[in-house]
Write a protein that binds this ligand. Structure first.
Ligand SMILES: Cc1cc2nc3c(=O)[nH]c(=O)nc-3n(C[C@H](O)[C@H](O)[C@H](O)COP(=O)(O)O)c2cc1C
Length: 355
């Protein structure tokens, strides 16, 4: 039976344990560039013992940023500093992954510490923003432009070029962000996607863009390297995207070369009541793992070592992704190993921590 500290292999990449750092925006970039903050933030979690470190959402094009301070990978100039971070993560025994993202109609907002409100062009914001359909996210949001067919091709191309840059930077895992109400989710969910063409309406049409992005990314991402997709497994509301569609989609993504589904949920429209409690999303990882026959990641309010270990031991998921708990404690994996009685994990330099 697998456990939290058992290594995990996908394609030719081996993770030293089943603990991943979940992607978390730092809102600390200028013009999309990574900097010393990202280096210390990400490398610390590698020293802290996680098996996989996934960067925050990196925008594949400038208009796909959530805030002006988002990380980006739309230019070759972004590669150099990212490569430095990747080198450190790998030196410290973790695997470096990057989340590739496009915010769609949720773009052009202030970072949370500045209130998170919509930014117009006089305030560092940008127009147009784009989506599947010309429907605003909230009453304060601008109406996005519905992507034309040529615009869709440009988005796919942006994901492809971001993939090529990720490879040059040395990343071993790519996660495509198709969750949390961002652009790819805006195509998946019937709550937003009202298109009349081949990209809207039926399940097949609504999933087309994600399938095309995955196919195009897989063509340039080496066969040795794993590809993840993060989905919102449910919109938590009737007539929205749901777990049944997620199961079918995950099966199809597997056949296109996706290796793991990172099972999050929600955030497609404001004001939905989500029954948040410890491990509230793990049910989706379990269901997809079972019924779509693909590796899954469980995420969301996973905080205790026993809880995380049980998720792996019970076959609920293949990895756990920790977000806020790893912000609070970069050394969580070491402490968890100690508490659960697994072999010493702590870096030798820190041996005396236990004395
Ligand atoms: C500060 C912060 C930034 C986040 N940024 C991202 C992101 O860039 N991409 C993403 O998919 N999820 C993002 N999330 C969601 C987390 O990855 C994670 O799914 C969520 O926090 C639930 O896990 P947790 O309870 O362990 O924190 C963010 C969460 C936080 C707290």
């Amino acid at each position: 039976m697998a456990h939290l500290f058992e290594p995990f292999k996908l394609r030719e990449v081996t993770f030293r344990n089943r603990i991943a750092m979940s992607p978390m925006c730092q809102y600390s970039s200028t013009n999309g560039f990574a900097n010393d903050w990202h280096l210390v933030h990400l490398a610390s979690r590698a020293v802290g013992g996680a098996g996989l470190i996934i960067t925050e959402a990196a925008a594949v094009e400038p208009r796909g940023r959530i805030t002006p301070q988002d990380l980006g990978i739309w230019s070759d100039d972004h590669i150099e500093y990212l490569a430095k971070i990747v080198g450190l993560i790998h030196n410290f025994g973790a695997v470096a992954g990057i989340q590739l993202a496009h915010a769609g109609r949720k773009a052009s907002t202030a970072k949370p510490s500045r209130g998170g409100k919509v930014l117009d062009e006089s305030q560092e914001g940008w127009r147009p923003i784009v989506s599947s359909s010309a429907i605003a996210f909230s009453k304060d949001s601008p109406i996005p432009e519905a992507l034309s067919l040529a615009g869709i091709q440009q988005v796919i191309q942006a994901f492809v070029e971001a993939t090529q840059r990720s490879l040059q930077a040395g990343f071993k895992v790519i996660e495509i962000h198709a969750a949390h109400g961002y652009l790819l989710h805006q195509f998946l969910s019937p709550l937003v996607n009202q298109r009349q063409d081949n990209y809207g309406g039926s399940f097949e049409n609504r999933t087309r863009l994600l399938r095309e992005v995955v196919t195009a990314v897989r063509e340039v991402w080496p066969q040795t390297h794993p590809l993840f997709v993060r989905i919102s497994a449910t919109d938590w509301i009737d007539k929205g995207w749901d777990i049944e569609q997620s199961v079918v989609l995950s099966r199809e993504l597997k056949s296109l070369g996706v290796d793991l589904i990172d099972c999050s949920s929600g955030a497609i429209i404001p004001g939905i009541n989500i029954p948040v409690k410890p491990g509230y999303q793990t049910q989706f990882a379990q269901r997809i793992r079972q019924d779509s026959d693909i590796a899954t990641g469980a995420v969301g309010l996973i905080t205790s070592p026993e809880q995380a270990d049980k998720i792996i031991r019970n076959g609920v998921a293949d990895i756990v992704l920790l977000g806020r708990e790893l912000l609070r404690n970069p050394y969580w994996p070491h402490v968890a190993a100690k508490q659960l009685g697994y072999e010493k994990h702590w870096p030798v330099q820190y041996d005396r921590a236990w004395l």
